[in-house]
Design a binder for this molecule. Structure first.
Ligand SMILES: Cc1cc2nc3c(=O)[nH]c(=O)nc-3n(C[C@H](O)[C@H](O)[C@H](O)COP(=O)(O)O)c2cc1C
Length: 301
């Protein structure tokens, strides 16, 4: 069996890579001696991700996931980002040098429930890659309210979020993609109420915006991944960095919860850029989750 077939056998594992709204926008073309990863336009988010930032970050995270899985399978594989529209995995003289293993990929998941109080300690902050800035969660609590109101009050953004919600376990897509009630930390009753209320949009949006009001009102840490200075910046490289950061934090028992609305809302995005003194690319709270986060759905291989 050549390396392409060996990696293909592990497709369900590298499909565990994260993506905004769990759209899993990647296409995977297995060829005789390379694998080409592209984008399924039907699974992109033109309303909420008009610049393609999250799409590029997700593609980078997917490539990093593939490289980790390949290295753990003993395969010498590298990736080529020279084409802006696709990523090519190809054989290479040496295995990808990484501390991460397939078990890290298997265990990774976003946790949206409550976290224990406490800031990240300095040992952890020192272990992070450059360009990651720490902010106290309370300092962003008001900003999150502004961003949530913007998100639920901006029709194309709210509509897209609704399209990817999976609130009914009998929905055939419930085990395939999108954001389930469980992933969002909703009880069955809350999910049913939300599902019914989605028809009364303006009210629902106010309720949804209010539900996140206290999310950052505790003593906790938020990390901001910022753009590194480079003339040839490729967001897919930042996506690779993002995934490594999430996996490293998980090694310390820490979970993450991205809050991309802080970057999508123009007002909060510009204030966050001033606060961290750089261009923010991803924002996520970090902490010890109080409950075990659920495993999210994936399309089958
Ligand atoms: C670039 C990017 C942006 C994301 N933004 C958000 C976000 O704003 N809010 C959120 O709850 N999850 C966000 N996520 C997490 C995804 O929703 C999550 O990865 C997906 O639902 C799959 O779940 P899992 O990571 O637990 O496997 C983001 C993920 C990526 C890669």
């Amino acid at each position: 069996m050549n390396w392409v077939s060996v990696l293909r056998e592990r497709e369900s594992l590298f499909r565990r890579a994260p993506s905004a709204h769990n759209t899993q926008p990647w296409t995977i073309d297995y060829r005789s001696d390379d694998i080409v990863i592209g984008v399924d336009p039907a699974r992109s988010l033109p309303g909420s991700d008009p610049t393609g930032r999250d799409l590029a970050l997700g593609l980078g995270a997917f490539a990093e996931t593939c490289l980790i899985v390949a290295a753990d399978a003993g395969l010498a594989v590298d990736c080529d980002l020279s084409d802006p529209h696709r990523i090519r995995l190809h054989s290479s003289p040496a295995k990808y040098d990484t501390i991460f293993r397939s078990v890290d990929i298997e265990a990774r998941r976003v946790a949206r429930g409550p976290y224990g109080e406490g800031l990240l300690d300095l040992v952890i902050l020192a272990a992070l890659e450059p360009g990651i800035v720490h902010v106290r969660s309370r300092d962003l609590a008001g900003e999150l309210e502004v961003a949530d109101r913007w998100m639920f009050g901006t029709p194309p953004v709210a509509r897209e979020l609704r399209e990817w919600l999976r609130l009914d376990p009998s929905d055939p897509r419930y085990r395939q993609d999108g954001l389930t009630d469980r992933a969002l930390g909703l009880s069955r009753l809350e999910a049913r109420v939300l599902s019914g209320a989605l028809r009364a949009l303006p009210i629902t949006h106010r309720l949804l915006a209010a539900s996140g009001r206290n999310l950052l009102r505790y003593e906790g840490s938020v990390l901001v991944l910022t753009a590194q200075c480079s003339s040839q910046r490729d967001l897919r490289l930042d996506g690779r960095r993002l995934l490594r950061t999430w996996l490293l934090l998980a090694r310390f028992g820490l979970a993450v919860h991205p809050l991309s609305q802080l970057l999508d809302c123009p007002v909060t995005a510009s204030r966050l850029a001033s606060r961290v003194g750089a261009m923010p690319l991803a924002v996520f709270r970090v902490g010890h989750p109080r409950q075990e986060p659920p495993r999210s759905a994936r399309l089958s291989s």
